[in-house]
Design a protein. Sequence first.
Length: 282
Amino acid sequence: MTIKHILVIGAGQMGAGIAQVALSSGHRVTLVDVSADSLAKGKAGIEKGLSRLVEKGKLDAAAKAAALGRLSTASSVLDVKDVDVGIEAVTENEELKKKLFRELDQVVRPGGVLASNTSSIPITRLGAVTKRPEAVIGMHFMNPVPVMALVEIIRGAATSDETYAQTKALAEHLGKTTVVSKDFPGFIVNRILIPMLNEACFALGEGLATAEDIDTAMKLGTNVPMGPLTLADFIGLDTVLSIAEVLHKGLGDDKYRPSPLLRQYVEAGWLGRKSGRGFYKY
Ligand code: NAD
């Protein structure tokens, strides 16, 4: 299949980023959001992102104009036609995503792909609400999408080899490296990352060391760009807690239980960078 037209649902942080990389890789993109404000912000973000590539000499001005010329917007999935691939990147809510997958089923052409960028909702369940679960797959981009090299591809119980092959080829065409995961909580990255961040919260809560020393130890001792508490603040402590809860509930093992300190910080409204306070003050 030649993938020409990509429908991206959700013009937030992730959707706008996915739309930007698809546009700069030569695709036609329709960005759908129920919020006119999100669509306007998403479009402005895409323009800014493409301008940054021009400044860095990675894209010329004509290519930027052509990319923006390939972008359309809409307020409903059902208004969009001739879709080769749909990528859903709306708010992490299962009922909402199921509704949009039923709609995607109506607008993606036969032989096309229905993908979700979900971080925690089983792809198998999203596939089950469509008439073609074999065409449903997870395409988990990392944030910020234009910068991060990885896409985790998640195969649901019914995902076909053909859908997987098309999705992998698309992600590579967007300049990403792919890995493939089965459809279990956290996939690969969050399954391993979140317990590490959670363990840093336990260590801090037990008074093992200061936040600064925990971060310095992990940064210099394991050669990562930032320590776990700094990274947790960056991701958002509410997001870290919610993924920890998904792992705990979905895998049913107490080793994944969220740290009481993490829970308490979220209850206090200390969500990290975005709220001005988390393990550090901003
Ligand atoms: P966001 O809040 O920035 O954007 C979500 C967008 O969805 C909003 O613009 C909202 O208006 C829109 N939306 C809500 N209901 C809609 C509907 N019915 N139709 C169309 N649009 C609708 O969220 P985000 O951070 O971009 O996350 C989106 C998805 O990506 C989630 O599933 C999340 O789990 C996943 N994800 C997020 C990250 C991250 O770091 N933020 C990383 C990987 C995956």
